[in-house]
Design a protein around this ligand. Structure first.
Ligand SMILES: [Zn+2]
Ligand SMILES: [Zn+2]
Length: 151
């Protein structure tokens, strides 16, 4: 475990503790798997090599979501995908493959993020809408699926 990941686990532990929750070994394994794998489904988490029990995984993911540690991604496929919250990993966007539903994290340059936020404020102003944050997916076809269709 590198120092980044131990700092992240400390942060998660203190978030859970302050809400009266225990950072159990099973929850720690889920956070470690999400940290290493990026956005993934429950079946993928179970195959991650971390010691994750199928019986408690969904319940623990829900607790992590309620605590602001995990985030369930709304998307287009059969399975929900989970990732760590942006508070822990930083703001980013998602490449979403409409063929296999894989999700890949991408970051944009800070000045582009600022420009987008300014434009969103401007666009929302007419509706007297108060903007908190933006949440933008980029939809297309992943490298694997492009290969499959060309073969
Ligand atoms: Zn993400
Ligand atoms: Zn953004």
């Amino acid at each position: 475990m590198n120092s980044n990941s131990s700092a992240l686990h400390d942060l998660v532990a203190s978030k859970l503790e302050s809400a009266g929750q225990v950072y159990t070994q099973k929850r720690r394994a889920l956070v470690e798997a999400l940290l290493n794998a990026g956005p993934c489904t429950l079946p993928e988490l179970l195959l991650s090599g971390e010691d994750i029990a199928q019986s408690s995984a969904y319940r623990n993911l829900t607790v992590l979501e309620e605590m602001g540690v995990g985030r369930r991604l709304v998307h287009y496929g059969e399975y929900g995908r989970w990732e760590l919250s942006e508070e822990l990993t930083g703001h980013h966007h998602h490449l979403v493959c409409h063929s296999c539903d894989v999700i890949i994290d991408v970051e944009l340059p800070t000045h582009i993020e600022h420009l987008m936020d300014e434009e969103f404020e401007r666009a929302a102003k007419g509706s007297k809408f108060a903007v908190d944050r933006h949440n933008i997916d980029i939809v297309g076809t992943c490298a694997n699926c492009q290969e499959t269709t060309q073969a």
